[in-house]
Design a protein around this ligand. Structure first.
Ligand SMILES: NC(=O)c1ccc[n+]([C@@H]2O[C@H](COP(=O)([O-])OP(=O)(O)OC[C@H]3O[C@@H](n4cnc5c(N)ncnc54)[C@H](O)[C@@H]3O)[C@@H](O)[C@H]2O)c1
Length: 629
């Protein structure tokens, strides 16, 4: 099959500007009537591009409004590379490889187009554009009238004169591009809408393309991305910070957001056709959800914990799960410190009393942090940072962790939880949410704490037996508690909250806000979005919680094949056999496995046969196969 000849319009297609409007900005920068003239130029451009005014007339009238000189034109040419449209920039490689079958066809001016054409590797004789005429002083006096592009319906005439072989594909945003199709000079016409979208043009087009990737995908030509990014659908639930939406959209993906969480049935409904799901802690991604997700590649938990996701089922479906493990660490630590001080001084109850009109000034039971022993259970990211800040405030720190953890500062590691409980004046829980941690602190543990101890849980709700905690507070064994997480938490702010801890003395309840600060939300959004982009764009699984972690650089001048398979013997050998039978030249290969899954990344040279991709997809043990670029 002969590959198509691609003909690109320039203004608002290859570049995100209209040449004459940009020239007007330069030429009229000091003119007193600049605004009126610019408005007239913009209106003439619009009339011509939407087919209401013939192109030749519009061009001449616009030139008359500008006292254009060679230096104005040169100034625009100098910065034209910066004006290239986003999808053109990321597909420079496509132009370089197909330069012989690419033309630029424009009613704009050759001098302005030339630098971009050169950057894209397009020869001068493939740039078909208007020629400005200058007088001896370098003033523009008009355009070369002999050039058909200076007239109405010039574009089809110029294409026909080229006598091109193979299908002709026209890509442009304007009516003059649509005319190419209407005059039969192109076999296919894509209305290019990345910069502007014109209804009249879209109506006569064979297809609309929101980016060059769309055109290349539809034409079966491999571009920068094997699958146009704007066709990758991302669904972000639970009010995820706009920084994530912004970052993902900026990278070219289509992002849809929903404010609240979804229950299982609603999620099953919503996830159809979705490639990436973003959640926080309130959405459960169950096995059933994963079974029904027909396109899902990745789930991003825009929070720390991932126990709301069935990680094993996700791995079985080749769905990568990412989170943002450290982005809100500091927020939790600061709240834990603040709550400890407030508990030590009984501020919450005293404040509530004052709101009722009661004045209760007393030092009884109020204590300083300084010199007290803080017992940290779970010395991970949060626990260890709390250790540093608490020591800074003069506390003695002891900790207990199931794993070997480096003691920071003067903190002392305790061999057992019981030993810690026996010594601590304040017990703060920072264990992770693994299932085994259910009721790690219950009646037996409260009984082992020092009388008058303060207790904090800002980790996960199910790790504490709240009935036992209520009992311990009521009996006076515990002098105060701050609880931020609960076994049953309302799904939305509209749902009611109930707990045996309500109404108890010196008990501060907060609605799971330990990590909820503006700074943390933004940091989480950025971190998780970057992990997603790394996976989608490069196959990078750094920080992935359920697939083997492989850190990968951007691929250039190669296709990247991503193969996730069950960790069984022989898959890599089979894969490489298939690749070598197909004559692939392997440029680089990475393999990483965990007990369940294998992940092979293979960079191969450009030429590939789509049939081979099918073979790779069908290899025994394959969970997921994806090709980048
Ligand atoms: N309240 C909030 O808004 C909020 C915000 C962020 C994180 N969190 C929660 O805080 C907790 C800690 O987060 P992190 O980032 O420090 O996690 P992390 O994984 O870095 O640290 C957890 C530590 O706990 C240890 N551990 C687990 N079970 C234990 C047990 N039974 N006894 C002793 N040690 C045990 C682990 O070995 C690990 O060192 C998590 O449960 C997380 O979900 C809550």
């Amino acid at each position: 099959m002969t590959s198509p000849v691609f003909i690109f319009d320039f203004d608002s297609t290859l570049v995100r500007i209209e040449t004459l409007e940009a020239l007007a900005d330069i030429a009229l920068s000091d003119a007193p009537d600049a605004a009126a003239k610019k408005a007239e130029i913009a209106s003439l451009t619009d009339q011509a591009m939407s087919g209401q005014l013939d192109f030749g007339t519009a061009l001449r009238r616009r030139l008359e409004l500008l006292a254009l000189t060679r230096s104005h034109v040169e100034a625009l040419a100098d910065r034209i590379l910066d004006e290239a449209s986003a999808s053109i920039r990321r597909n420079v490689d496509f132009f370089e490889r197909h330069a012989e079958r690419v033309y630029i066809l424009s009613g704009g001016f050759r001098e302005v187009i030339a630098p971009l054409a050169a950057r894209l590797g397009i020869a001068a004789d493939h740039v078909l554009a208007n020629d400005l005429i200058y007088d001896a002083e370098g003033r523009v006096t008009g355009v070369d009238d002999a050039n058909p592009l200076s007239r109405d319906n010039g574009k089809p005439e110029v294409i026909k004169a080229l006598n091109l072989t193979g299908p002709v594909v026209m890509v442009g945003d304007g009516w003059t591009d649509a005319e190419v199709k209407l005059a039969g000079a192109a076999d296919r016409f894509y209305a290019f809408t990345e910069v502007v979208s014109r209804q009249k043009v879209i109506e006569v087009a064979d297809a609309t393309a929101a980016s060059l990737d769309e055109v290349l995908f539809a034409e079966g030509v491999s571009g920068r991305w094997s699958y146009p990014r704007n066709r990758v659908r991302m669904l972000l639930l639970e009010n995820i910070h706009p920084a994530a939406v912004e970052r993902l959209e900026e990278a070219g993906y289509t992002v849809e957001t929903i404010k609240g969480a979804l229950d299982e049935d609603d999620l099953i409904e919503a996830i159809k056709g979705v490639h990436v799901l973003g959640i926080r802690s309130k959405t459960n991604v169950s096995k059933r959800v994963l079974e029904q997700a027909d396109r899902l590649l990745a789930v991003a938990a825009f929070c720390i914990g991932t126990n709301q996701i069935d990680l094993e089922a996700a791995a079985e479906h080749g769905v990568a799960v990412f989170n943002a493990p450290y982005s809100n660490t500091r927020s939790v630590v600061e709240l834990a410190i603040g709550l400890t001080i407030v508990l030590m001084r009984d501020v919450a109850d005293k404040s509530a009393a004052m709101h009722r009109g009661e004045w209760n000034k007393s030092a009884v039971g109020s204590r300083e942090l300084r010199g007290k022993t803080l017992g940290i259970v779970g010395y991970g990211a949060i626990g260890s940072q709390l250790s540093v800040l608490a020591e800074g405030l003069g506390m003695r720190v002891i900790f207990h962790d199931l794993s070997e953890r480096l003691a920071l500062g003067n903190a002392r590691r305790m061999r057992s939880l019981d030993a810690l409980l026996a010594e601590a004046d304040v017990v703060s829980l920072h264990v992770d949410g693994r299932k085994d941690n259910a009721d790690v602190i219950g009646a037996a543990q409260f009984a082992k704490m020092k009388p008058g101890v303060l207790f904090l849980n800002l980790s996960r709700g199910h790790v504490v037996d709240v009935d036992a905690l209520a009992e311990a507070v009521t009996s006076g064994r515990i002098a105060g508690a701050a609880v931020d997480v609960f076994p049953e938490e309302p799904r939305t702010n509209a749902d009611p909250f109930a707990s045996p801890l309500q109404g108890l003395k010196n008990v501060i309840l907060s609605p799971h806000i330990g990590g909820s600060t503006e700074e943390a939300q933004e940091a989480i959004a950025e971190f998780a979005a970057e992990r997603l982009l790394g996976y989608l764009n490069r196959g990078d699984t750094t920080f992935c919680v359920n697939l083997p972690n492989v850190q990968l650089a951007e691929v250039s001048r190669a296709h990247r094949l991503l193969h996730i398979h069950r960790n069984q013997p022989g898959v890599l050998a089979e894969l490489n056999r298939a690749l070598s039978t197909a004559g692939f030249n392997i440029l680089g290969q990475h393999l990483k496995t965990d007990e369940r899954t294998g992940y092979v990344i293979t960079d191969v040279d450009r030429d590939y046969d789509p049939e081979v991709l099918k073979v790779l997809r069908d290899l025994p043990g394959t969970v997921r196969f994806r090709m980048l670029h």
